[in-house]
Design a protein around this ligand. Structure first.
Ligand SMILES: *Cc1c(COP(=O)(O)O)cnc(C)c1O
Length: 387
């Protein structure tokens, strides 16, 4: 990256998003539903939605109806699925915007019938069944009621049932018995829906991990989020299909100073230099979404690191709101040097997965929470794409 270093920034490579979409589409061999919820896992919802479509994604998915409406407001066309309906959600707007809205209960269907009447056109509705996550989705005891109401509304012209779906709890652990039992339960739901006269066009169950690791779960489409952004959905499993991380977080090195043995670093003075060393100041902190836990007060040797001039530089002392101190081990890179907080391996620093392991979390959380005062810059736009 040859750009002169301004403030800390998030660089999102849309060519990587396109390529990842293409890879996932080819690997799964069924239509790809590209999940762009939570501002595209921190990568930028609208730009990533367009890049995913350019890479061959037939569908987009957001979590909330509001996110899906924001995609439409930005001019994004094509099929868009969403599944979180709040008490104040404008379902008539969702119907008017041609979204595929998910119903998990008969109450959702009643609200959608009213919305379709208000919008003056039939809704597009997908049904969600709970097969073992105990989150959203109709529990098994409510399937028959949901399917009966869905069929009744279809015959009354309130909607078309465009899909039936569920979500895995343990897809990142391919040998977990819940995967088999959830897939079996999903087959049960499909059979029962058929008995109620429903013929949903799109049956889908797999997230990124299942799309790659569990061919039997692919059905008519796969819903991929984390893999679209190039991160590993199931670290340690056989998921390497050539995905490339799309996000690089970089900042300028602000200051270099000498520490003598006994000098303590940052709030609480939890880290104390044992030997003479140099440290560098990086203007990114928990205000930008770095986990404060990244300094690992319990195990300082396991602290997260940044990359400077191709070398790993571990965080020393508590992560502050606006800044973090890293150990330069006696080196003196020039002020203004590029600091890679994380990115693809080719960026020469740690990966989001490395940060996740240091912080005891998953790569999803590292990229999704990053932001704060940082600006986002897109590279790798498709020719003619102004996004
Ligand atoms: C977030 C989400 C996905 C995408 O999961 P990944 O593991 O990121 O691929 C798919 N389906 C549902 C219901 C989700 O909430």
């Amino acid at each position: 990256m040859t750009q002169p270093l301004g403030p800390a920034e998030i660089v999102v490579d849309l060519a990587a998003v396109r390529a990842n979409a293409r890879l996932l589409r080819a690997t799964a061999g069924v239509p790809l539903i590209a999940v762009v919820k939570a501002d595209g896992y921190g990568h930028g919802m609208v730009a990533c939605a367009r890049a995913a479509q350019e890479g061959g994604a037939e569908w987009l998915a957001a979590a909330t109806v509001e996110e899906a409406l924001a995609l439409r407001a930005a001019g994004v066309e094509g099929r868009v699925l969403c599944w979180i309906i709040g008490p104040a959600t404008d379902l008539a707007a969702a119907v008017a915007a041609d979204l595929d809205v998910t119903a998990s209960s008969a109450a959702h269907l009643d609200a959608l019938a009213a919305a379709a009447a208000t919008a003056g056109r039939p809704a597009r509705v997908q049904l969600k069944v709970d097969t073992g996550l105990s989150r959203s989705g109709a529990p098994r005891a409510a399937w028959a009621e949901l399917f009966a109401r869905a069929r009744e509304g279809e015959q009354a012209g309130s909607w078309t049932i465009t899909g039936l779906w569920s979500h895995f709890a343990c897809a990142d652990e391919p040998d977990h018995p819940a995967n088999d039992s959830q897939e079996q339960a999903f087959h049960d739901a499909l059979a029962l829906a058929g008995e109620h006269g429903l013929r949903p066009e799109l049956r889908h169950l797999a997230n990124s991990a299942a799309a790659i690791l569990r061919p039997s779960s692919r059905f008519d489409a796969v819903r991929c989020g984390i893999a679209l952004y190039g991160l590993d959905p199931a670290p340690g499993e056989a998921t390497d299909i050539g995905l490339v991380p799309a996000m690089t977080v970089r900042a300028p090195l602000l200051m270099v100073k000498d520490l003598a043995p006994g000098d303590a670093v940052s709030y609480g003075q939890h880290w104390v230099a044992e030997h003479p060393t140099t440290v560098g100041l990086v203007p990114v902190g928990y205000g930008e979404g770095l986990p404060r836990h990244a300094s690992r007060p319990d195990a300082p040797d396991a602290a997260a690191a940044v990359g400077i001039e191709g070398k790993r530089r571990p965080i020393r002392g508590t992560v502050c709101m606006d800044q973090v101190v890293v150990d330069l081990g006696g080196d003196r890179p020039p002020v203004g040097s590029e600091v890679i907080l994380f990115g693809p391996p080719s960026a020469g620093g740690p990966t989001a997965q490395d940060w996740a392991e240091a912080c005891g979390t998953i790569n999803y959380e590292i990229v999704t929470r990053i932001g704060g005062r940082m600006t986002r810059r897109y590279v790798g736009q498709a020719t003619g794409d102004a996004s």
